[in-house]
Design a protein around this ligand. Structure first.
Ligand SMILES: [Zn+2]
Length: 106
């Protein structure tokens, strides 16, 4: 099993990523971004792929609040689902971007 993620950096901010088993109880919530705590909580009972999609969603929620973006929630949800699908479909590209490699050759 891969190591679990306990934190991430978003625009220079150290963000804690935590499991919250109570999150979904009666609220139909998969994850939550807590701006004051700089914490993302995720329901650990979700299947791994859905945890990943939730993390991307909450990352966009964090960017929205940190950058003070006007973004309706249905739009944010559509973008996070689409971005998650693109990230998953292109691991080599994600690696190249993270390593600062050329995407195209001149
Ligand atoms: Zn949301």
């Amino acid at each position: 099993m891969a190591e679990k993620i306990s934190g991430m950096r978003i625009l220079g901010l150290d963000v804690t990523v935590e499991a919250d088993a109570e999150l979904g109880r009666g609220r139909n919530l998969y994850g939550e971004w807590h701006p004051g705590l700089a914490t993302v909580t995720i329901d650990p009972s979700l299947p791994p792929q859905q945890q990943g999609e939730t993390l991307v969603h909450e990352t966009l929620e964090a960017l929205k609040s940190l950058m003070e973006l006007e973004l309706e929630h249905p739009t944010l949800s559509a973008l996070s689902a689409g971005l998650h699908a693109v990230l998953r479909a292109n691991p080599e590209l994600v690696k190249a971007i993270c390593e600062g490699k050329e995407i195209v050759h001149g």
